[in-house]
Design a binder for this molecule. Structure first.
Ligand SMILES: C[S@@+](CC[C@H](N)C(=O)[O-])C[C@H]1O[C@@H](n2cnc3c(N)ncnc32)[C@H](O)[C@@H]1O
Length: 258
């Protein structure tokens, strides 16, 4: 149920998770928000077919960022949402995956609250869940993985953040690393140095849920070399942990490195 009255003429914003790419992974609530939007600010990971749910008069604004190139600064995005909502529009901020998983949704929320703009959040399927589902990897497993850790391989300064690698290695859980395609060598080395065996199964899933999805199977010790050889160019999610060994190895899996 929407948090807002149906006939409210005041401007408002909805942060909508668009999922990992496949339009079929949108939630019904996301579709409803898109259909009701006067303006949609969408980022680079959004499948164009998802925008087809918008009504003809809806303004579609590409604020996408890709590979470190910022089509629009985050501060400008925040200001634009506030400005449009200030003119009575229903603004949808359409974001890849889930808005609150490495999506800067928190920053947009802060700005909107500070500006007094009513805001609602629609969750989306995050990349780790989509990648795991497509390969049939249970991210948690009663016997094998009792915790799940979402980490980023790319901090605000472009470096690998100073995670507590020992705690991650000792957890025995599954690690899902976002934005780690370029930093995988350092991420893997840090985990191995912290005590996680180099033989731990690992997989990189490129373009999860999209027609061009590819999966690169390896171990923690070999994944960086596999990715150096394969050079994935699409968004890539890395899953590390014993549960990866449960994956269904499908035809599009590019490599199985021991
Ligand atoms: C800025 S983060 C956004 C994450 C997003 N909010 C989510 O919940 O999935 C971008 C990173 O998410 C991951 N990602 C997003 N979509 C993906 C996809 N379809 N396949 C694989 N990884 C994806 C990649 O690690 C990418 O570098």
């Amino acid at each position: 149920m929407s948090a807002f009255p149906l006939n409210d003429n005041a401007g408002r914003a909805t942060l909508v998770g668009a999922g990992p790419g496949d339009p079929e992974l949108l939630t019904l609530r996301a579709v409803k928000a898109i259909q009701g939007a006067d303006a949609i600010l969408y980022d680079a990971l959004i499948d164009p077919a998802i925008l087809d749910y918008a009504r003809p008069g809806c303004r579609r604004i590409d604020v996408g960022k890709r590979c470190g190139r910022h089509a629009m600064q985050q501060s400008a995005i925040n200001a634009l949402i506030v400005k449009l909502a200030g003119t009575g529009k229903h603004v949808v901020r359409l974001k890849g995956g889930d808005p609150f998983v490495f999506g800067r949704g928190g920053e947009e929320l802060d700005t909107l609250r500070a500006a007094g703009v009513p805001v609602e959040v629609v969750p989306g399927v995050t990349a780790a869940c989509a990648a795991a589902a497509s390969l049939q990897i249970p991210l948690t497993h009663r016997e094998t993985a009792r915790s799940l850790h979402f980490v980023t391989g790319h901090g605000a300064d472009g470096e690998v953040p100073a995670h507590d690698w020992r705690a991650l290695a000792a957890s025995g859980g599954t690690i899902a690393a976002y934005m780690a395609g370029k930093t995988v060598r350092k991420v893997a080395a840090s985990l191995i140095e912290a005590g996680l065996p180099a033989s731990t199964p690992a997989v990189a899933v490129e373009n999860a849920s999209r027609p061009q999805q590819a999966a690169y199977h390896a171990t923690l010790g070999t994944l960086a070399d596999v990715l150096d050889a394969e050079q994935p160019s699409g968004p890539t999610l890395i899953v590390i942990g014993k549960v990866v060994a449960l994956a269904r190895i499908v035809e599009e899996s590019k490599r199985l490195a021991a």
